[in-house]
Each structure stands twice: as structure tokens, then as C-alpha cells.
Design a protein around this ligand. Structure first.
Ligand SMILES: Cc1ncc(COP(=O)(O)O)c(C=O)c1O
Length: 369
């Protein structure tokens, strides 16, 4: 996950230590219950629901976030083969999930201020699709909050299936009725290794998504819908509990690190931080730099500092999705060319942050010369 040749890699995940897991692992030993809605799974679901301020039945735990996206789409029964609007400005998992749900990706652009698709622009873009649209996935970029009440209104007005990809949104997400996925991957603010959750205030929809994580079973062993196995095991839930125990301190540490970066980058000309994340615990730091991001990354690597163009050149350029229809993508193209993820991990000192800022400044001056 991190390049050992770099002194400061982009990411260096830190998950709960063995000692913090031990009490939970002992509970698994005692119960002899390893998966299928075990006691740790159910307790974690309640704790996560409390974190999001909703009832436990509104949370579905999943084996990873990508499966959560797929099942949240499928559970709303969009017509098979219909188009699904999604931003190209996202991680490729979003597009994979759309395909897995039996839908056809139609890539649209994001707005320059938010780096996200708004309900208003989605409504306009539906008309530009090459065929019938059945669903929309909105992506919360790097964990920035989206207005889910506005997406609820969009859903009611349009009748389309709507899913929010808030993969990095553990700290910022405020749930609504439209289902939102949060990833618990090791690289996220609350990481458990592999895992995810889908949260919605719509209890019926939540039950539908839950059934689809367990072969379509609802109490008895009868497959009631197209489904898969996306259950979260007791061992993964144990990591989740230990991570949640540490969350107040982890959250403060992420926010503190972001604050140090904001101060260090404030004086640099030509650098912009990704929007909507000030005071939010998120586990990546993406900036818009001057010049081509690949050149900046090379210049930083020369100084032992990892960085990378976060979402590559946009999802529409990834081989499996190159032939998908798309709207004009000028904002995505501009973001893709200039965006750079900088080292962001909880082991970083204030001096490390200063070092990255100084190296970036040098690289930028060279790019401008
Ligand atoms: C925007 C976005 N969507 C989906 C995912 C997929 O989540 P997971 O890795 O838990 O499957 C990620 C993961 O990094 C992501 O960043």
C-alpha cells in the first residue's frame, strides 16, 4: 500500500493494534459465532447507526463499499440495461458497481465549486442521456458533505433510483432517505481493512439492501431477489468496534493534520485544496496544483515524497469504461490534469507537513518557470 522507496508515502494506514482487538476476539471465541449477523456485527450496526443519528435498522454492513453501492442500486429495481448517470470524477469502483447492478454508465461532469454533481445539474443531464435513465449515483468527493435532503427531493421528483457514494464520508455524512455508502477500507478515516456500510432513513429499503447481502434471504432460506454474499464477518466487526473505540482521538488527529496542511499551503500560490473538507476528518488530502499532476508527482518523488493523481484521468478513460457514453466533461478534465494527492497519514509530524509544502512549492515554481 505504501512505496518503501519513499520516505513520505501518500498513505500509511493505521488500524487498531492487536491489544485493542483482543477483548473483541475473545468475545468471538466465547460465542463461537463467526458470521451471519453475529453479536459483534449487530452491536457494530447499532453503534454506527448512533454515529449517524439514525435507528439501527437504517444501517446495512457490507463486506466492502463497492458491494454496498451495487446492492443499494439493485434494491431500488432500476430497469435492467437502463443508463445510470454518474460523475467521471470518482474512483473506478463507482463505475464497476453500476455495471454489476446491470446498468449502463453514462458519465457526466461535476461542478467546479463542489467537484460533485448537484441534483439540479443531474436533472438537466438526464435529458442528455443516449437512452432511458434508471438511476443516478452522486459521489461525495474525498468525503465532502453532500446535501442529502436535496437528493431526497430529486429522487421524489424524478422517480429514479438514487445512491450516494460517500465512500470517504464517514465523518461528514448526514443520512437521508436515499441510500448512502460509506467505505471502511483500510485507507479511510475509519478503516477496518475491508468493509462498508449503507445508511438510509428508509427502513423498508434498508431491509431490502440487507436481504441482498445474504443471498436474498429474509428470515428463511429462500432467495427472494437477485443477491450476493456481502456479509461482514465477526472478525471484521471486531476491528470495527476497536476502531470506533478510538474514533474520537482518530477524528481529532485527522482534523489536526488537515489544519496543519491548510496553514502550510496557505501561502503557496497556485495551490487549491479540494472543497468542503475543512474541519472534517477525512483520510486523504487532494490539491489542485499548477501544471500537469504527473510532472508534479515526479518532482516530489525526486525528493522522497509520494503523491499521485488521485482519480487518474477520470473514470471515462479507464479501459473498461472508455466506450461508455458521456456528456462534455470540461471540469473533470481540468481536475484530472491538475489534482494531486499528497502524503496524509497519522504518523506525519508538523515538520513532515512543512517539508511536503516546501517541496510542492519548489515543484510549482519549476512548473511556472
Ligand atoms: C469514491 C469511491 N467509491 C467507492 C469506493 C469503493 O470502496 P471499497 O474499497 O470499500 O470497495 C471507494 C474506495 O476507495 C471510493 O473512493
Amino acid at each position: 500500500m505504501s512505496d518503501p522507496t519513499l520516505e513520505l508515502p501518500v498513505l500509511r494506514p493505521r488500524l487498531p493494534r492487536a491489544a485493542a482487538l483482543a477483548p473483541y476476539l475473545e468475545r468471538i471465541d466465547e460465542a463461537g459465532w463467526y458470521t451471519n449477523a453475529g453479536p459483534l456485527h449487530n452491536a457494530l450496526r447499532e453503534r454506527l447507526a448512533a454515529h449517524f443519528g439514525i435507528a439501527g435498522e437504517g444501517v446495512t454492513l457490507t463486506a466492502n463499499g463497492t458491494l454496498g453501492l451495487t446492492l443499494a442500486l439493485q434494491a431500488q429495481n432500476p430497469p435492467p440495461g437502463s443508463y445510470c448517470l454518474l460523475p467521471s470524477w470518482t474512483f473506478v469502483a463507482t463505475a464497476h458497481a453500476v455495471r454489476q447492478a446491470g446498468l449502463r454508465p453514462f458519465f457526466v461532469d461535476v461542478e467546479p465549486a463542489s467537484w460533485a454533481v448537484s441534483p439540479t445539474s443531474a436533472l438537466l443531464q438526464v435529458a442528455g442521456a443516449p437512452g432511458p435513465v434508471g438511476a443516478v449515483v452522486a459521489v461525495a468527493p474525498f468525503g465532502a458533505a453532500l446535501d442529502l435532503m436535496a437528493w431526497d427531493r430529486f429522487q421524489q421528483a424524478s422517480g429514479l433510483a438514487v445512491v450516494i457514494d460517500a465512500a470517504a464520508g464517514f465523518d461528514s455524512l448526514r443520512p437521508g432517505r436515499v441510500p448512502a455508502m460509506v467505505s471502511l477500507h483500510a485507507t479511510k478515516a475509519l478503516g477496518i481493512g475491508e468493509g462498508g456500510l449503507v445508511v438510509t432513513e428508509d427502513a423498508e429499503l434498508s431491509a431490502e439492501i440487507g436481504a441482498r447481502t445474504r443471498f436474498g434471504f429474509r428470515g428463511e432460506r429462500l432467495a427472494t431477489a437477485d443477491a450476493t454474499n456481502a456479509k461482514l464477518s465477526e472478525y471484521a466487526a471486531a476491528v470495527g468496534h476497536a476502531a470506533l473505540d478510538a474514533w474520537p482521538a482518530t477524528r481529532e488527529a485527522w482534523i489536526g493534520l488537515r489544519g496543519r496542511y491548510e496553514a502550510a499551503l496557505a501561502g503557496l500560490s497556485g495551490i487549491e485544496l479540494s472543497p468542503g473538507l475543512s474541519g472534517v476528518a477525512s483520510s486523504s488530502l487532494v490539491v489542485l496544483a499548477r501544471g500537469d499532476a504527473e510532472d508534479s508527482a515526479e518532482a516530489l518523488a525526486g525528493q522522497g515524497i509520494g503523491s499521485h493523481p488521485w482519480w487518474g484521468r477520470g473514470c471515462h478513460r479507464q479501459p473498461p469504461f472508455r466506450d461508455c457514453p458521456r456528456a462534455a466533461l470540461p471540469v473533470t478534465e481540468a481536475l484530472a490534469e491538475r489534482s494531486l494527492g499528497l502524503p496524509f497519514h497519522l504518523d506525519m509530524t508538523a515538520g513532515d507537513v512543512e517539508r511536503v509544502a516546501a517541496a510542492l512549492d519548489r515543484a510549482q515554481r519549476r512548473a511556472a518557470a
